[in-house]
Design a protein around this ligand. Structure first.
Ligand SMILES: CC(C)(COP(=O)(O)OP(=O)(O)OC[C@H]1O[C@@H](n2cnc3c(N)ncnc32)[C@H](O)[C@@H]1OP(=O)(O)O)[C@@H](O)C(=O)NCCC(=O)NCCS
Length: 162
């Protein structure tokens, strides 16, 4: 029913904006920080936030084609802003209804531990169907982070390397 209303463009449905993020900019404010799920960022901005968070150590920031593809082909890009300064990003690949791979979560070191990472995950969840789950691979520096914010470990996750 909710989905039917959303498909027909019924914006009176309270879930409509959350389920159709690409059609509307959603900006919410928490302290002075603004969150967006529709604002585009450049490759240079993406590389810069990866560097400022330290995640650049583990991402292909010196391979422009891969960085470009990461931005162009992701399904959800949630960003956090302090004015015009990009201070956090959550980049995911998803089918929106079954699973969502949260590939990159990065918050500027100067802004860490203020709830921004947590909020970026919440903003990502807003765009998913109610049954979709989020999976991720924790960077070594963040292994203790995810259990703190509600993630549970999975002891049979596997990677097929190229
Ligand atoms: C990991 C990261 C995304 C967390 O974002 P953040 O905005 O700093 O974290 P939050 O403010 O949402 O933290 C929520 C809670 O987790 C704790 N926390 C934050 N970073 C943590 C870490 N690396 N390890 C363990 N706990 C952490 C916070 O102290 C806070 O605890 P509290 O609620 O008891 O105060 C951010 O620190 C970061 O970008 N790190 C470097 C890049 C990285 O490793 N990214 C993860 C890739 S998988």
């Amino acid at each position: 029913m909710g989905a039917d209303r959303a498909e027909s463009g019924d914006t009176a449905d309270p879930t409509f904006l959350l389920r159709h993020p690409t059609r509307f900019a959603i900006l919410t404010t928490s302290m002075a920080i603004e969150y967006s799920n529709s604002r585009q960022i450049t490759d240079a901005q993406f590389i810069d936030i990866l560097k400022r968070s330290t995640l650049a150590e583990r991402r292909p920031v010196n391979e422009p084609d891969r960085i470009q593809a990461m931005l162009r082909h992701c399904d959800i890009l949630c960003t956090a802003w302090d004015g015009d300064k990009l201070i956090g990003v959550a980049r995911s690949v998803t089918d929106f209804e079954y699973c969502c791979y949260l590939s990159d979560l990065a918050v500027d070191e100067a802004y860490q531990n203020q709830g921004i990472g947590k909020e970026l995950i919440r903003q990502t969840q807003f765009q998913l169907g109610p049954k979709a789950f989020i999976v991720l691979l924790a960077a070594p520096k963040a292994e203790a982070y995810y259990p703190k914010i509600g993630f549970t470990p999975h002891n049979s996750a596997w990677i097929l390397r190229p």
